[in-house]
Ligand binder design. Structure first.
Ligand SMILES: Nc1nc2c(ncn2[C@@H]2O[C@H](COP(=O)(O)OP(=O)(O)OP(=O)(O)O)[C@@H](O)[C@H]2O)c(=O)[nH]1
Ligand SMILES: [Mg+2]
Length: 291
């Protein structure tokens, strides 16, 4: 990533410290990863912090990922991950059952020590915009945590009681200070985990077109009436913009507006479910015929 863009805001360094401080107070950590890119949406800094913790890994926004690819990820995690869609509620029953198992364990352990029973405390962590606060609200049955379409909505920690036996700690989404591979950063931004304007809308629009050419060219063709998917992504972005009436005075195509539309429609699922990466040694971008 370029040194010139401030894509690691100051509040995230503070939020990372605050997570570290709270870890010894919680019984289990719920780590959310985006089901469209479960490997790239793992924060290495967080992985280090969680090395000795009980962790429930969730592949979230499953409605936006291809079921067959998500199934392969589940095999890869070998029983150590659950698939959920916080917004639709898919998979939340499995998560509740898992939390209840932890609650029973904590209760039994405290009883053995002659201690009074207390609620299970779970910390919810993950990259920005993966659905942490939506998940908490869905489990709590209300709107206790603030949510939003853009990354970086939650700015501080907040405990939310989600049932008589469980309370969850909402935390701000975290990036890490050294995303070394630019492509990695682009993928995160395309999926809404890094604010697009701090990279560049047109660049991200072109990147997304390149990913879609590899993964699902029909989705691109059909949605934007593109006659032929060939040539440079920069030109395809212009075709897309022209077809959508993104014109500036004088008739030049407004590529930034075209990119905004494309990114938005990809992120809200209008293009259909599309996974950006498969499990290691099984990457759909490199072997599209297997997806
Ligand atoms: N398609 C889809 N969208 C979802 C899902 N869960 C959450 N969202 C949307 O994703 C966006 C981000 O949700 P939040 O719950 O605010 O995400 P967060 O992880 O708390 O984000 P930060 O607080 O910024 O770290 C919102 O627009 C949600 O409506 C889901 O399962 N499917
Ligand atoms: Mg949040």
């Amino acid at each position: 990533m370029s040194d010139k863009v401030n894509w690691y805001p100051g509040h995230m360094a503070k939020a990372t410290r605050q997570i570290k401080e709270k870890l010894n107070l919680v019984d289990v950590v719920i780590e959310l990863r985006d089901a469209r890119l479960p490997e790239s949406s793992a924060n290495p800094q967080l992985q280090d912090l969680l090395a000795d913790q009980a962790v429930i890994t969730l592949l979230t926004k499953a409605d936006l990922a291809e079921q067959s690819v998500t199934d392969r990820w589940l095999d890869y995690f070998d029983g150590n991950a659950l698939v959920v869609s916080p917004e639709t509620g898919q998979g939340l029953k499995n998560l509740k059952n898992k939390l209840n198992e932890y609650y029973q364990e904590v209760k039994a352990a405290r009883q053995d020590k002659g201690l009074q029973s207390r609620k299970l405390r779970a910390m919810v962590v993950g990259l920005p915009n993966v659905g942490k606060s939506t998940l908490i609200n869905k489990l709590a049955g209300g709107s206790k945590a603030k949510t939003g379409k853009r990354p970086g909505v939650t700015r501080g920690q907040q405990w939310v009681k989600v049932s008589s036996g469980v309370e969850l700690l909402d935390t701000p989404g975290l990036l890490w200070p050294d995303i070394k591979d630019k492509e990695h950063g682009y993928k995160l931004a395309v999926c809404g985990m890094i604010r697009p304007e701090i990279i560049d809308y047109e660049l991200l629009g072109c990147k997304l077109i390149e990913y879609l050419i590899d993964l699902n060219p029909e989705a691109l063709e059909d949605r934007y009436n593109l006659v032929k998917i060939e040539g440079h992504s920069y030109d395809l972005l212009a075709d897309l913009g022209r077809n959508r009436g993104c014109l500036m005075p004088g008739g030049r195509v407004d590529r930034e507006r075209a990119a905004r539309i494309l990114l938005q429609e990809f992120q809200d699922g209008t293009l259909g479910p599309i996974s950006l990466e498969g499990p290691p040694a099984d990457n759909p971008a490199e072997s599209p015929e297997e997806v």
